[in-house]
Design a protein around this ligand. Structure first.
Ligand code: PMP
Length: 358
């Protein structure tokens, strides 16, 4: 960035570079945990019809409260949730930014447990919130005792728990969420971007909403729903939290086209989520084949897998790219992350891995 812009920039942003994985044009893109499957024709047509139905009315602003979409999201989430408990925005990133704006900010602390989703500390930065990293154990584990102790220590206005966690892939032990809820003086956000991929028997924090009014669960249509390009994320929480978030949202933040497209997609949830089992099967295949080849692999409840350990993960990343396979270097020494996609993509990835050594 040029010197004069650096001078104009907020001091706490100087010298930083923008977040984002490389968007490279290679045959096998497994670096951003998207759903590899395109939308089925039936859903393409439904979304087309829904968008077409909005076009003549684009002279008007959209429903600022996105009431119909929120009702559809509540119905999808189940657990007796109502539209008043749901809020939607342009991706769960925007949802989380709104939570930081409303509940954190200057003079306040947000607490996460790294390695976790790298946008969380960046959202803290953007909203001038202090950031505390409670860290995880050697094997990326997070115990209820450790989590509660960190909450006691930092007294955060916002705690971010990621379940399943990105980049490790593993869902949180419910006892961690409960321990944090018992101790936290502020809001507790459970980021469940990958919830639909969790292994059988793994609960969702949606189940805890009834008992905990300071709990917020964030989710997205970017992953299991194969709708990343539409930018739709949402939260489920107490209606008073939804009301508070509206203090900081931009008016008409969610376009009429986005709302209509999302509703059409939700009406076809069964079809769209039809790829989830196939992706989970590829995920489990990646885990077991890499382990059989002697790699260390974290348990995954997501559509991605963290694997290693490499003496030099940057060199391994490059070696895979040279074979046309793009994975993610999340900046974790010795480890790389790969998205589970189609069977053919898994074939290509596992084949490319055969040539690599630790
Ligand atoms: N949370 C986690 C843990 C993620 O990995 C991602 C996407 N990389 C998001 C939130 C944001 O997704 P979106 O803004 O597309 O909903």
């Amino acid at each position: 960035m040029t010197e004069w812009v650096q001078q104009l920039l907020r001091e706490d942003l100087r010298g930083l570079s923008a977040y984002g994985a490389p968007q490279l044009d290679v045959p096998v893109r497994l670096n951003t945990n998207e759903n590899s499957y395109q939308l089925p024709d039936e859903v393409v047509r439904a979304v087309q019809r829904a968008i077409a139905g909005e076009i003549a009315d684009l002279n008007r602003y959209p429903d600022r409260e996105a009431v119909k979409l929120r009702a559809d999201l509540a119905a999808y989430c189940g657990h007796g949730l109502t539209a008043e408990q749901l809020w939607a925005a342009n991706g769960s990133n925007e949802i989380q930014q709104q939570l930081f704006q409303a509940f954190a900010g200057p003079g306040r602390i947000a607490l996460g447990f790294g390695p976790a989703y790298s946008m969380h500390p960046l959202l803290a930065k953007g909203t001038a919130t202090g950031w505390a990293d409670g860290l995880r154990g050697e094997r990326f584990e997070l115990t209820p005792e450790h989590a509660a102790e960190q909450v006691r220590l930092h007294q955060p206005a916002l705690v971010l728990l990621c379940s399943p966690n990105n980049p490790t892939g593993t869902a949180l032990d419910f006892a961690v969420v409960e321990a944090v809820l018992a101790e936290a003086p502020g809001l507790v956000v459970v980021d469940e971007a990958y919830a639909e991929f969790r292994r059988p028997g793994t609960p969702s924090a949606l189940e805890l909403l009834d008992e905990h009014e300071r709990l917020v669960v964030t989710r997205t249509m970017s992953k299991a729903f194969a709708f990343a390009g539409a930018r739709v994320g949402y939260l489920a929480a107490h209606p008073a939290i939804v009301e508070a978030v509206q203090l900081v949202r931009l008016p008409y933040h969610l376009s009429a086209l986005t709302q209509a497209a999302a509703r059409a997609a939700l009406a076809h949830a069964d079809v769209l989520l039809g790829t989830v089992e196939a992706i989970k099967a590829q995920r489990d295949r990646i885990v077991s084949e890499l382990r059989a080849d002697g790699w260390e692999v974290a348990d995954s409840d997501s559509n991605f897998v963290l694997f290693g350990r490499f003496a030099d993960q940057k060199a391994a990343w490059r070696a895979l790219l040279d074979q046309g396979v793009l994975v993610r270097d999340v900046g974790l020494d010795g480890w790389l992350r790969v998205t589970a996609g189609t069977e053919q993509e898994t074939d290509a990835f596992l084949e490319a891995m055969k040539g690599l050594s630790a």
